[in-house]
Design a protein around this ligand. Structure first.
Ligand code: NI
Length: 174
């Protein structure tokens, strides 16, 4: 593992296929349980430990995944109901330092993730091939992003942060 920030590698876009779509929807489905399994044995001090030098704590990682995936779900809904709506970027480095993230037990965010991913998976399994090609406009990249790209990004994103937590647990022998 050369770069501790990318334990499973960086996100790689993939061409649309039914098999990959089913795999990635499955990964969205199991992500909340996998996060819960990764954190269930950790105590308060362990949750407040950064996953790497200068990195986010486990507490911040879990709340971040909930914040990120709530935004992503809203973006899916916007793209399905409007013509190429713009993405509203947010400052994720600032979001992980707001009081709710620092003070709310992470089981509230795993509860959000269980409910949110249930709705997200139900939405995703209903989508036609045409709907996967619907787009959002990304102002920071000045480019359109398809909902297919969004599925690839967010199935990777959950695994990416779970791998941070697992890497910390491995390193500390927790
Ligand atoms: Ni992230």
């Amino acid at each position: 593992m050369s770069d501790p920030r990318y334990p499973i590698g960086k996100y790689e876009p993939m061409p649309f296929s039914e098999a990959i779509k089913n795999q990635w929807i499955h990964e969205l489905k199991v992500a909340p349980t996998n996060i819960e399994l990764a954190i269930q044995h950790l105590d308060k001090v362990q949750l407040d430990t950064p996953y790497r030098e200068g990195g986010w704590t486990v507490q911040q990682l879990v709340h971040h995944v909930a914040d990120s995936h709530m935004n992503a779900f809203i973006r899916f809904k916007l793209a399905l109901t409007e013509e190429t709506p713009p993405i509203k970027p947010y400052n994720e480095k600032a979001w992980v330092n707001t009081a709710d993230v620092l003070n709310t037990p992470i089981n509230y965010s795993t509860t959000i993730l269980h409910a949110l991913h249930e709705r997200w998976v139900n939405l995703a399994t209903s989508m036609t091939d045409e709907q996967w090609q619907r787009t959002l406009f990304h102002p920071e990249r000045n480019a359109n992003v398809t909902l297919w790209d969004m599925l690839c990004i967010y199935s990777w994103h959950g695994k990416h942060h779970i791998a941070h937590i697992k890497a910390l647990c491995d390193q500390k022998a927790w």
